[in-house]
Design a protein around this ligand. Sequence first.
Ligand code: IMP
Ligand code: MG
Length: 202
Amino acid sequence: MTLPIDIRDRELRSLDQFDLREGYQEDLQGVLVARREIDDCVERLAAEITADYRGNSDFYPICVLKGAIRFFVDLTRAIELGASYSEAVVNASRYGKGPVSDTPEVQIFDPESIAGKDVLIVEDILDEGHTLAALVDRIEEHDPNSVEIASLFSKATNREVDVDPTYEGFLIPDRFVVGYGLDYQELHRDFPHLGVIDTDQI
Ligand code: IMP
Ligand code: MG
């Protein structure tokens, strides 16, 4: 498997370099990963997944709502298995009302369909690891044939639970990022690039 692109030491790019709608300047500190670079990375991950699952109609990608929606759509569009397979979504969140919980709330909508499948959990970002660890545990209860993880971004510094994605896009610094589906308090999912937000300023 290809290693993730390590951009932990990267400087932020100024928002002025991008053609953006008004309003982002006040909210965001800068761009960490431009959309074009995200697209290239998603293509690379899709090629790796294609090579590993070619012809496998038990392939079962599961989108972790809501942050991974854009990644899931772009990734699955670029995967070419030459076989038809089914897909699912799950809900997993540690950031509901009240304090952040170590045990995320997980909702699996169609648990019977997991048996015998080669599950690929498609997640936006791996941070402390609780969310993906809980998801793997919950999915394994339903007898899949295999479970792998694709995570587009990963912050390695805060890991509390050991989680090892098979497909990993970017290793990023420990900053709060938004855009390309990722939110801060449900906002900024629409930001086209991966941007950094100063959560203390808001
Ligand atoms: P973990 O359980 O700490 O690994 O948290 C992973 C989850 O937290 C992800 O699915 C995201 O929903 C959320 N998260 C963690 N860091 C960020 C971030 O920088 N921006 C947006 N969401 C984040
Ligand atoms: Mg998430």
